[in-house]
Design a protein around this ligand. Structure first.
Ligand code: 5GP
Length: 143
């Protein structure tokens, strides 16, 4: 259960990814942010941008880190749209279990959208690593 006033727990999966303790398929990295493939994508090309600064929700994240996430999200979303030839995309960011948040480290979802193509269930079905790597390579070509 993730609550709005939770203290940051650095045992969460994204903290482990940031420390290099868990594998991840990186798309882009700078001093303040990391962008990588979501392993249970709701659409082909679904990826995440996280701040390196620890924060559970949007309310905990200092404004400069928040701004850095948006700058990276714009860069990566532009690449995702080109790589997937997507006519649209969604940015989504969930705060607390009540809103559907499952990982207690702030993150922005980037979800390419195509007319008539429904999103898959949230955080439900792991994608094959080879497929994720192939999609990541296409996205990186535009970064
Ligand atoms: P939230 O529910 O917190 O908004 O989103 C968490 C996202 O992280 C989900 O879309 C889920 O598929 C993804 N996710 C969960 N565990 C991992 C993981 O170990 N690696 C990666 N790359 N994504 C993960």
């Amino acid at each position: 259960m993730i609550k709005l006033d939770d203290a940051y727990d650095d045992g969460n999966i994204f903290a482990k990814i940031l420390r290099g303790e868990m594998p991840n398929i990186t798309l882009y990295e700078d001093d303040k942010t990391l962008a990588f493939m979501d392993i249970m994508p709701q659409a082909v090309g679904h990826c995440l941008v996280i701040p390196k600064q620890p924060a559970v929700t949007f309310l905990d994240l200092p404004d400069d880190a928040s701004a850095a996430v948006m700058v990276t999200a714009k860069k990566v979303a532009a690449a995702v749209v080109k790589a997937l030839d997507a006519p649209g995309f969604m940015l989504a960011q969930l705060n607390s279990s009540a809103a559907g948040q499952t990982v207690p480290h702030y993150h922005m979802h980037i979800l390419p959208r195509h007319e008539g193509l429904e999103l898959k269930f949230h955080a439900r079905e792991p994608e094959d690593m080879a497929v994720l790597n192939e999609t990541a390579e296409k996205i990186r070509a535009y970064l």
